[in-house]
Design a protein around this ligand. Structure first.
Ligand SMILES: [Zn+2]
Length: 244
């Protein structure tokens, strides 16, 4: 009975892994758990924002079954000679703390989650691109509130902009983002440059009642980064040369 169940699970894990691998050139435990229907995107988002203590806390499947799936993925990837690549998962919070996967916190189990399996036939350039994309810190998301009916969990203040944290919404000054300025979407080149120059930046979204989804409004960037980008693009006069 147990063997038959494991055999069935193996079929599902392998089919999911094959499909993801073909699509993106590598496959991770998170991809597979999502593809077999054990991990939904809402839970994944809550976990990325550190709103649940660990990923497994948001998965309904029993811990032993999850472990079976993780081992099946590793065995299949090893058989296929895929190249393991350890990837750090960081929280989408200003502190960017490393995220925890398992309830137990067991090092081997965490490792199974963190490993991305890469196809061997990828070019060096493709491998580099995949690794860079995986290790890029996740984008911070700031929400433009429709009504200021929320309370900052630190200072009990409110306002137009908030960032979701584990205990609840926080105002930007309390989250350490108070120095950033808003750059409305519209000039893609300016946005791209200002973002690249700004060590800390965040995407600003607002909920559209009509479309029932969050829509991008612009960016929050450092004022100096914005100034420099505007100057480079000739949008503001260059600084006058300093007097001799
Ligand atoms: Zn506050």
């Amino acid at each position: 009975m147990k063997l038959e169940r494991e055999h069935k699970l193996r079929g599902r894990v392998v089919a999911a892994a094959e499909a993801v691998l073909a699509d993106q050139g590598y496959v991770s435990a998170i991809d597979v758990l999502g593809a077999i229907g054990w991990l939904d995107t809402t839970t994944l988002k809550r976990w990325q924002q550190s709103r649940i203590p660990c990923l497994e806390a948001g998965i309904q499947t029993r811990e032993e079954r999850i472990a079976e799936a993780l081992h099946l993925l590793r065995d299949w990837a090893t058989e296929k000679h895929l190249a393991p690549s350890e990837t750090e998962y960081l929280a989408k919070t200003p502190a960017r703390t490393p995220l925890r996967f398992s309830t137990s916190g067991d090092a081997a189990r965490e490792g199974l989650y963190r490993t991305h399996w890469l196809r061997q036939d990828l070019s060096d350039k493709q491998v580099k691109r995949i690794k860079a994309a995986s290790s890029r810190p996740p984008e911070l998301v700031v929400v433009q509130s429709l009504k200021s009916d929320w309370t900052c969990h630190r200072c009990s203040g409110s306002g137009d902009l908030l960032i979701m944290e584990e205990p609840g919404p926080s105002c930007l000054p309390c989250a350490g983002l108070g120095a950033l300025v808003f750059l409305a979407a519209g000039n893609a080149t300016l946005s791209r440059r200002a973002k690249a120059k700004s060590e800390v930046h965040a995407v600003v979204v607002r909920f559209s009642r009509a479309r029932k989804r969050y829509e991008r409004q612009g960016l929050l960037v450092h004022p100096a980064a914005l100034h420099e980008a505007e100057r480079e693009l000739g949008l503001i006069p260059t600084d006058p040369p300093s007097p001799p």
